[in-house]
Design a protein around this ligand. Structure first.
Ligand SMILES: NC(=O)C1=CN([C@@H]2O[C@H](COP(=O)(O)OP(=O)(O)OC[C@H]3O[C@@H](n4cnc5c(N)ncnc54)[C@H](OP(=O)(O)O)[C@@H]3O)[C@@H](O)[C@H]2O)C=CC1
Ligand SMILES: Nc1nc(O)c(N)c(N[C@@H]2O[C@H](COP(=O)(O)O)[C@@H](O)[C@H]2O)n1
Length: 220
């Protein structure tokens, strides 16, 4: 499975403010590129922190792209994937609507009644890991279900874990014309951070977009 990380950060490297509310860092050109990347992916993933902060839909904005996917024999929207060890996703979260299939990656510590509630809401629950989602194992199960390209939008905790598990193939970051600041504001990769063996990136493309810059790296 190809794993493509895509996010937007401020000029000072923040993906949100310390209040963890959704901030539009991308401009219209970048949001359109994100929609195109979603359309080219089998599934779009975020961590439960992003679900709680943003209540995203993770679906396509463009009607034409939905029509094109159906013409190619795909569902109109890519599937949605949430890493949520103990099921903190609220039952009324937008990602549980019927606009696209949703996979909830949970751990064995997730309460059984919550798992049933999510399945009743239409989600496919995949359990992997004792206390926290074991991403390599969960990804094997997604791949077995036909997900060949997974786009990961964030947030910083999930992205760090993906780099730590050596699961990222490509990383695209839009750097927007804002300073957000704040030592507690989330960055592209949070978690515990690396102190050695820093993942190395190979620069693939640099492009001016909106009033910012799109940077694209391969992760060898
Ligand atoms: N500018 C941008 O492009 C984007 C910005 N954001 C912003 O990011 C912020 C949210 O980021 P953040 O708080 O880091 O949350 P994340 O979306 O990264 O979710 C993190 C949570 O995912 C769960 N999780 C389950 N398994 C794992 C695992 N193996 N590794 C890591 N996490 C796991 C954990 O909760 P548990 O232990 O309960 O399972 C963890 O706390 C919001 O402010 C949002 O607006 C988000 C996406 C894109
Ligand atoms: N690419 C990008 N640029 C920004 O400026 C952003 N704030 C985000 N946020 C991500 O998009 C999700 C919202 O998606 P929907 O519009 O609800 O489908 C949000 O949850 C973040 O993952 N991304």
């Amino acid at each position: 499975m190809r794993v493509v990380v895509n996010a937007a950060m401020s000029a000072d490297g923040k993906i949100s403010s310390r209040e963890r509310t959704q901030i539009a860092i991308s401009g219209p050109e970048d949001f359109d590129r994100v929609d195109e990347l979603r359309a080219a992916s089998d599934a779009v993933m975020v961590g439960v922190g992003t679900v709680l902060a943003d209540d995203p839909s993770l679906t396509l904005d463009s009607e034409q792209r939905r029509t094109d996917r159906v013409g190619n024999g795909d569902p109109s929207n890519p599937a949605r994937v949430i890493a949520d060890s103990r099921i903190r996703t609220p039952p009324d979260a937008t990602i549980l609507d019927d606009a696209a299939p949703t996979y909830l990656l949970v751990s064995e510590a997730a309460p059984t009644d919550f798992m049933e509630e999510m399945e009743d809401a239409g989600a496919t629950v995949i359990a992997a890991g004792d206390d926290r989602v074991d991403l390599p194992s969960a990804f094997e199960q997604l791949e077995a279900d036909g997900i060949d390209q997974l786009m990961v939008e964030g947030g910083g905790e999930l992205i760090f874990s993906l780099f730590a598990a050596d699961l990222v193939d490509e990383c695209s970051v839009f750097v927007g014309p804002k300073i957000i600041g704040g030592r507690d504001a989330p960055t592209l990769a949070d978690g515990d951070g690396f102190t050695e063996d820093f993942p190395a990136l190979s620069l693939k493309a640099v492009e001016r977009l909106d009033e910012g810059v799109l940077l694209q790296w391969d992760v060898p």
